[in-house]
Write a protein of this length. Structure first.
Lengths: 405, 258
């Protein structure tokens, strides 16, 4: 078997798999992973692993089996994955089935037959490399063994566990116990626990003042961040100074004058003095982003420009809630972005809130996620991290050996 | 520290880097050139740390801020390669590339806001970005090296190819670390390890392409194929880094917009 012939044949095999995938796509439409739900995903995965072990131990007897595990199969499947991923990246992902990319399934790549067949083939060659590594572990490099193994576990979990993941969006009202939510498919899902939102709290960044152009309807790139009274900036030829700042303010219906107001619906307000750098003319007045109670207030500088405050950006937001699980155990948790809570096989993530009411929101939107393959993926990811570290530490050392030889 | 002060810190850093590059080129003592270059990197790092303190958050949120780290790590990668293998031209190239990215930052100044959206407030934010920028810098260095070897009149020696491999191994190890940290972070923030966001898709393509290089390196005799693959992989990396900001298929589809 010559080198060129091996590569050529291996790539023809990849092309045939791609053509087969495309034919299946045209004949049957998208690949539905619904059949991979527990326990079927696990059963099929175990059978697949058994099949790989069989192939590994029988490959010396059958030439076509050994050709699944040789260098040509590995590199051609890897090169095919590079190509498929590039097509993936170049194609806009949306549910449309129109046009050539829609027909071939590229616009829904993760559900396309061609992509999944190529991925399964790549997983197979990786899995066989893992068997080979494990059988001859003493002759192998640690980084390669660890990365083959981790990539293989990740791919198996990603493929066969894809039908197992359940994501349920739950909208919580303060004080109202809730035990159900809506899945991504729009179906109502009962949860094995009850959630009650006790409080929703939010921290916001300092208000920012921009200069708006009424004619071009554009906002200035520069802004004045009002972190303290006295903050100054020159924007669009106007020197702006924050003379007074009220974090929670409101005004009477018949007045433009803001005053401190500790009440639901209060809005931040800044008293701004503006001086035109060229002409020296001055304007002053209140600027506020408003809230669900108050309209926003602008300070008009001339007949074209005005100072405006967009809604403040969220710094942190968190939900304090209590969870009653299936056994009737009750506990209190705080969740925020990057800090989910865990209940059995479920994790609860802070997703959103009533953006219209902002810091005054009495609603918190959380997402409950059940991922049966979480541990396997987590272990594989940490193994891969270890592989990366080992590879970095040993990268320089290899050269010396080669030079000595 | 403000963005306006970049030009002064950059000027001093570039002076040191150029001095290091000239010393290396003239065949001065190894450590003299390395120390001069490192002094430049230290000045540049001072600016980055100053920005970090002034912004009260890591300067890693905007494209311009990532370019600062890239210039910094590229200068370090240059010194590392120089100390390890003494290629006298490497410091000139790493300086040139660092300067190009500094110039982009000077010509396209950014307005920096202190705000950091809640999703970015994670223990993974700093290591994820730093590790990726270091990987990008290593891959930048190996691309320059590959171009140099490709354009040379004679075939690359085993030692030169081996240096290429080692740079790719280090870069790929860091790409892996960045990707895995991103996956662990994504799970904590959104409940998914991987969502095929355009940035992730191109990161996967880049990672797979360099992995392909590592797999064919010992089997393919034609050096041109190897160098072409390295340069192609670096193009994928550019697409992942900032190309998706302009790519029609990624518009409005990525959460990694900055």
């Amino acid at each position: 078997m010559t080198l060129q012939w091996g590569y050529k044949r291996a790539f023809v095999r990849c092309a045939l798999l791609f053509v087969a995938g495309t034919a299946l796509q045209i004949a049957f439409g998208d690949l539905d992973n619904g059949f991979l739900r527990y326990p079927w995903g696990l059963i099929i995965a175990l059978n697949y692993l058994y099949l790989l072990v069989l192939i590994h131990f029988q490959k010396d007897r059958w030439k076509w089996l050994s050709q699944l595990a040789d260098h040509y199969a590995c590199t051609s499947s890897l090169a095919s994955m590079v190509l498929m991923t590039i097509i993936f990246g170049l194609t806009r992902q949306d549910p449309s089935t129109e046009g050539l990319v829609g027909l071939l399934g590229f616009s829904r790549m993760t559900s396309s037959w061609a992509f999944n067949i190529m991925l399964l083939y790549f997983t197979t060659t990786t899995g066989l490399a893992v068997m080979e590594d494990l059988q001859h572990i003493r002759k192998r490099r640690v980084a390669a063994v660890l990365s083959h193994l981790a990539v293989f576990v990740l791919l198996v979990a990603a493929i066969f566990g894809s039908g197992d993941k359940l994501r349920v969006t739950v909208t919580l009202q303060e004080g109202t116990p809730t035990h159900w939510g809506v899945s991504r498919a729009g179906e109502k899902v009962d949860l094995p626990f009850v959630l009650t939102l006790e409080d929703f709290a939010m921290d916001e960044y300092a208000p920012k003042l921009y200069v708006l152009d009424a004619i071009t309807e554009r906002s200035s790139r520069e802004f004045l961040s009002v972190e303290e009274v006295g903050a100054e900036a020159t924007i669009e030829g106007w020197q702006l100074k924050a003379v007074e700042y009220l974090d929670m303010a409101g005004h009477m219906l018949d007045s433009d004058e803001y005053r401190a107001m500790e009440h639901v619906g209060a809005a931040p307000a800044v008293y701004v003095k503006a001086r035109n750098v060229m002409t020296g003319s001055t304007v002053e007045g209140w600027v506020s982003c408003g809230s669900f109670v108050f309209e926003p207030s602008y300070l008009f500088l001339d007949n074209r420009l005005a100072v405006a405050m967009p809604r403040r950006e969220a710094k942190h937001y968190l939900s304090r809630m209590n969870i009653v699980d299936e056994d009737g155990d009750k506990r209190s948790v705080e969740i925020e972005v990057n800090h989910p809570a865990r209940v059995g096989a479920w994790r609860i993530y802070q997703m959103g809130y009533d953006t219209e009411r902002g810091r005054w929101s009495e609603v918190s939107v959380v997402e409950c996620v059940r991922d049966g393959w979480y541990s396997a993926i987590h272990i594989a990811l940490w193994t891969m991290l270890a592989a990366g570290v080992v590879m970095f530490l040993t990268a320089g050392g290899r050269k010396r050996k080669e030079v000595k030889r | 520290m403000t963005w306006e002060q970049l030009i002064w810190y950059a000027a001093v850093a570039i002076l040191f880097w150029v001095a290091g590059a000239v010393m290396a080129f003239r065949g001065s003592r190894k450590w003299t050139a390395a120390v001069a270059s490192l002094a430049g990197s230290a000045v540049f790092l001072t600016f980055i740390i100053g920005m970090w303190i002034a912004l009260e958050r890591p300067p890693m949120r905007t494209m311009g801020e990532t370019r600062l780290w890239y210039s910094f790590f590229l200068s370090l990668a240059g010194v590392a390669v120089y100390v390890r293998w003494q290629y006298k031209w490497i410091l000139s190239f790493s300086t040139l590339m660092s300067v190009v990215f500094i110039c982009v930052n000077l010509l396209k100044p950014e307005i920096h806001s202190k705000s950091l959206m809640p999703a970015l407030q994670s223990v993974w934010f700093v290591p994820h970005v730093i590790v990726y920028m270091f990987a990008y810098a290593m891959m930048g260095a190996v691309t320059i090296f590959a171009l140099y070897l490709w354009l040379k009149k004679y075939d690359a020696t085993d030692e030169e190819l081996s240096a290429c491999d080692n740079l790719v191994r280090i870069g790929w190890a860091f790409l892996t670390l960045g990707m895995i940290m991103g996956a662990l972070w994504a799970k904590q923030a959104w409940g998914d390890f991987w969502t095929w966001d355009p940035k992730e898709t191109w990161a996967a393509a880049t990672w797979l392409s360099y992995l392909l290089y590592l797999h064919i390196r010992g089997h393919v005799k034609d050096q041109n194929t190897l160098f072409a693959l390295l340069i192609f992989s670096f193009l994928l990396l550019q697409m992942c880094w900032y190309g998706i900001n302009y790519l029609p298929s990624a518009q409005g589809a990525s959460i990694h917009v900055y």
